[in-house]
Design a binder for this molecule. Structure first.
Ligand code: ADP
Length: 523
């Protein structure tokens, strides 16, 4: 028995829908019990909240089953919500935007279809996690590295479609994909790029084709279900150096950013560095009450105390160098010379040979070499065992004064709402993507509500200041979409035009990224 029905669907019709799904995927491929549906609730919601609840989940294991599920959903006008692994923590997890949606979980589609050693890529299905891909590359003795995000249990495809990030040369996961297979909401099947040619030899080695590039339409959208994707890999480097650094003064942030920009633009640093303040790092090895037992954000003197811990500073950064040992040595010398213009900066480089067994690589250095882990989940327990977080993630130019302004403005909003300023600044050659993590105890209702309010306030302030969000929690998707307002929200008008054309019944992930089908727009 389900506790909630899809909007506008009677119990009788829903029973027929579930039976049709069972006929497609088998009895065990349709989940309706509260327990079985737990992974499709927001793991960090307050328990009594009843937003974003699925009516059922259906688990196809082939493209043909997905197409059959879409036929049923179109016939009965039942909203679906697609997830690959549903680990989208901090943004709603595996929960649907519209309560009553049937979650289509692709976790059974777990094939690693190809690993191409010569051209350094893999082709995966949506159920393949970063851990699966890593294990497969290791077991096959491949000299290839897949970029991994901080938490390794998510889907390679799901993460790339959400513009997720890692830290190797291929750390921009959306940009590092090459060639997709997609089922459109009406059930049609397409392949993007060179894959549009049925006998193409170049589907996963050349990203464009003849005519418009449409891959981007299937990222952070509700225009299709991605069933295969090519993923670029990095050849295992002869030498890898993990570099960590910390500066002694808060004011060093600006010169640090400006120096790193030049190092990135000149390709001395080619990976994707990450920058974090002291409190953020403290959350990865301690809990808040070890430093302070009071309410409200950590007082300045406690933050200073944390910053003075061995190996920490008010700002701390990590980046990687890869190549032959000679190249890595030259790059490290060049980076060190440039960064040493900041007085008292502490820089440390740890060098590993490409054949170093992975258990001999320090845990803090593993992620940049594509070794997945779950360690960072500990940071969520900053304010209690049942910890949760919501991320607000605005983008800014990689310019010292801009980053300073963003940190001051948005960090102070976090503190005004009673939160410690924790998160991480992901760096690309020209931009920063700063994740402000509202971390709370999910059992403490007032903390959960404060986080929701704080997120709203931060989003408002960020958009006023010209910082767009790169991703958002289900709850904030409409608000964020409205901030993309150029020419009277012309980009949303285009999205709606596409939605109506591609998904006339409006069944696929309604409301995702604020894109609503015609029938739900007025609500
Ligand atoms: P992960 O497990 O990597 O965190 P999810 O499976 O939770 O990723 O996916 C994150 C979001 O990306 C989903 O909520 C969904 O909107 C979208 N998504 C995931 N997989 C697909 C897919 N195969 N096709 C289309 N959209 C997808």
């Amino acid at each position: 028995m389900t506790t909630i029905l899809p909007p506008g669907v009677t119990q009788e019709t829903f029973d027929a829908v579930l039976q049709a799904f069972r006929n497609i995927v088998g009895e065990e491929g349709v989940l309706i019990s509260e327990d079985a549906l737990k992974p499709h609730r927001d793991p960090y919601a307050f328990a009594a909240d009843d937003a974003f609840i699925p009516s059922a989940a259906v688990l196809p294991d082939s493209v043909e089953q997905i197409r059959a599920i879409l036929r049923v959903a179109n016939q009965y006008t039942v909203p679906l919500w697609v997830v690959s692994q549903g680990r989208n923590l901090g943004y709603g997890g595996g929960a649907p935007r519209v309560s009553g949606s049937v979650v289509v979980s692709l976790k059974r589609m777990k094939r690693i279809i190809e690993v191409n050693e010569e051209c350094a890529y893999a082709v995966v299905e949506p159920g393949v996690t970063f851990m699966d891909l890593y294990a497969h590359l290791q077991a096959g003795g491949h000299k290839l590295v897949a970029s991994v995000p901080d938490i390794g249990w998510g889907s390679v495809i799901g993460n790339a479609l959400e513009y997720g990030r890692g830290y190797t040369l291929h750390g921009d996961h959306a940009a590092s994909h090459c060639g997709m297979e997609v089922v459109l909401p009406t059930g049609d099947l397409i392949r993007t790029g060179m894959g549009a040619m049925s006998n193409s030899k170049s589907w996963h080695v050349y990203p464009h084709s003849f005519g418009p590039s449409v891959d981007g339409l299937f990222m952070q959208s509700n225009f299709g279900i991605v069933t295969k994707m090519g993923v670029s890999l990095m050849p295992t480097p002869e030498c890898y150096m993990s570099v960590t650094l910390s500066v002694k003064r808060d004011a060093d942030l600006e010169p640090l950013i400006d120096i790193v920009r030049k190092l990135q633009l000149n390709r001395v640093i080619e990976n994707y560095p990450v920058l974090a303040n002291a409190v953020t790092l403290a959350a990865s090895f301690s809990t808040r009450d070890q430093w302070y037992q009071g309410d409200g954000p950590l007082p300045e003197e406690v933050i200073e105390k944390i910053s003075r811990q061995p190996g920490l500073g008010p700002w701390n950064m990590r980046f990687a160098l890869y190549g032959s040992e000679a190249v890595v040595d030259v790059q490290f010398a060049a980076a060190k010379a440039a960064l040493s213009r900041i007085p008292d900066i502490h820089i440390e480089g740890r060098k590993y040979g490409g054949d170093t067994p992975h258990d001999k690589i320090l845990p803090m250095d593993q992620c940049q070499l594509g070794i997945p882990s779950l360690d960072i989940l500990e940071a969520v327990k900053w304010r209690g065992e049942a910890g949760g977080h919501i991320g607000v993630s605005p983008v800014a130019p990689l310019i010292g004064r801009e980053v300073r302004q963003q940190c001051d403005l948005l960090g102070s909003i976090m503190r005004q709402h009673g939160f410690d300023y924790v998160g991480g600044i992901l760096i690309t050659p020209r931009s920063t993507l700063q994740i402000f993590e509202f971390t709370f105890d999910t059992l403490n209702e007032s903390q959960v509500r404060a986080a929701q309010q704080g997120c709203k306030a931060l989003l408002e302030a960020a958009s006023k200041a010209g910082y767009g969000e790169y991703r958002s929690h289900l709850e904030h998707m409409d608000a964020v979409a409205r901030t993309y307002d150029f020419n009277d929200c012309a980009s949303m008008r285009l999205n709606m035009l596409l939605k109506d054309a591609l998904d006339p019944k409006g069944i696929l992930s309604p409301g995702k990224q604020g894109i609503w089908p015609r029938a739900m727009r007025d609500q």
